[in-house]
Design a protein around this ligand. Structure first.
Ligand code: MN
Length: 244
């Protein structure tokens, strides 16, 4: 079982060292045999500036809601492709030395770097999304987070309704987020690769609403996917950890 995801770990090194085993592997300069298999092994080298972090659970962990087929394609093909594209775009440039979040902020306003931004943001977004879910997730948050949800949305049920409406209503590809917005929490959606980081908002959790996230399991029924996300998958411990 991987260590809980740390928001601060969304850096160049953190992405590689997503667990203690990963950190050890980094120090030794070789992959530990206990590490989950990494689809980049065959195509990437240590020279690649960014690495794909291991999934925080087995690819069957989210069944029956999200199938192993969806998860293995989504992580192994989609997430991995963004990572490969990013490495190809930045290798040998000064961007290659930055932490992922620094890189995203640096290129976000630069139209000539749109491709770098899209791939870097999608790498960040997907890592954040995997950690926004867990096996036997769902339920209700507790403590400070529960209190903030009540004061920001009226009640937990009202939050769920608003999140569902936002995620379902995002036209085309994008993401639904729970974010910190000043003294309150808010729900925002972003299109394509956009993320709250670029508008200075701290994300607590996200739901990927690109069709590739749910089409094999739910076809066009995005509302059912979002309901499953909220009722059975969402990782409130991760959101609480991000709240700090
Ligand atoms: Mn996706």
């Amino acid at each position: 079982m991987a260590q809980p995801f740390q928001r601060r770990d969304l850096s160049r090194r953190g992405l590689l060292a997503g667990s203690l085993a990963g950190a050890t592997a980094l120090a030794l300069g070789s992959a530990s045999p206990s590490q989950p298999s990494n689809p980049t092994d065959a195509t990437m080298t240590q020279a690649d500036p960014f690495q794909l972090p291991p999934l925080p659970y087995a690819d069957t962990a989210l069944e029956p809601h999200i199938s192993a087929k969806t998860l293995s394609f989504h992580y192994g093909k989609h997430h991995n492709a963004y990572l490969t594209n990013l490495n190809n775009l930045v290798k040998g440039s000064d961007l290659a030395g930055l932490k992922l979040e620094e890189l995203i902020l640096k290129v976000a306003k630069d139209e000539s770097k749109k491709g770098v931004f899209n791939n870097a943001a999608q790498v960040w977004n997907h890592t954040f999304y995997w950690n926004s879910m867990r096996a036997k997730g769902g339920g209700k948050p507790s403590g400070k987070l529960a209190g903030l949800i009540d004061s920001s949305f009226g009640s937990f049920d009202a939050f769920k309704e608003q999140f569902k409406k936002a995620a379902t209503g995002q036209f085309g590809s994008g993401w639904a987020w729970l974010v910190v917005d000043g003294a309150k929490l808010a729900i925002v959606t972003t299109g394509n690769a956009e993320l709250p980081l670029t508008s200075g908002k701290r994300a607590l959790l996200t739901c990927d609403v690109w069709e590739h996230a749910y089409y094999l399991d739910f076809q066009n029924r995005r509302p059912d996917y979002v309901t499953a996300f909220l009722d059975s998958l969402v990782n409130w411990d991760f959101a609480a950890q991000n709240l700090g």
